[in-house]
Design a protein around this ligand. Structure first.
Ligand code: MN
Length: 246
């Protein structure tokens, strides 16, 4: 290697280090601003509610062939990540001071569209990832099976009704199984709304949720939402649903 080339490489390396240090310092400064500025009013510091993405409980390919790995990867790293970033931006910009997610959702009607849509998107996807698993599905057992049979007559009737909710949601939204006043109910919400929002027609504690946005299935299923919904039953994590039943 020529002496000139070595000198040039050394200079390049220095520049990289300097740039890295600059980025690191800037990020640290930004982090301080993000925490301190929007919530410090009249010398009072209010802890900021922050949404975050759960670690995906399984690899991207775990739900194959029902949900393909590429859809999972884009859905988690692009769509879900964007909802989380955007809701946290909205919380900061709009000085939203709810203490927890539940309080925020029960005041959803007072939020901006940006805060409400992205808060829903952040929470709904964290929930969605958890109620699925590799080699899931089958019929539920135990107390959730009893609750389903009690409310809908049979597992088959429940599946029929849930599938109808998923198929008749026009455009983007979610189908849900919820518990409300001791009863199980099926319904759907538009966009990224969820049944914990005061503004939602369907109300209750979510036990199961199915994302019927095209981004959830289009790569593999194109326009065939019915096939996506039919195969989604094979991914269900009934233990997670049962945990949420009271
Ligand atoms: Mn989605």
């Amino acid at each position: 290697m020529s002496r000139d080339l070595i000198a040039e490489l050394k200079t390049k390396n220095m520049k990289t280090i300097t740039r890295r240090k600059f980025v690191k310092d800037s990020l640290q400064a930004a982090a301080v601003v993000a925490v301190a500025a929007p919530f410090a009013t009249a010398g009072e510091s209010v802890p900021a509610l922050q949404f975050s993405q759960i670690a995906l409980p399984y690899p991207y390919a775990a739900l194959e062939p029902n949900i393909d790995a590429l859809t999972m990867e884009i859905h988690y790293t692009k769509h879900h990540a964007a909802y989380v970033k955007n809701v946290n931006d909205a919380i900061a910009a709009e000085k939203i001071t709810f203490e927890n997610e539940k309080d925020l959702f029960s005041n959803a009607s007072k939020l901006s569209a940006k805060a409400r849509n992205n808060a829903g998107g952040a929470w709904n996807h964290n929930f969605f990832w958890q109620v699925m698993k590799a080699s899931g599905g089958g019929a539920p057992t135990g107390k959730i099976a009893d609750a389903i049979n009690g409310s809908f007559g049979s597992f088959e009737k429940f599946k029929e009704e849930f599938t109808k909710a998923a198929m008749t949601r026009f455009g983007s939204g979610w189908a849900w199984l919820v518990q409300h006043d001791g009863k199980l109910k099926i319904g759907s919400t538009p966009n990224q709304d969820n049944p914990m929002m005061d503004s939602a027609e369907l109300k209750g504690t979510p036990l199961l949720g199915l994302d019927v946005w095209e981004h959830a299935y289009y790569l593999k299923y194109q326009n065939k939402r019915n096939e996506y919904v039919a195969n989604w039953w094979n991914t269900l994590n009934w233990e997670e649903a049962a945990k949420r039943l009271s």
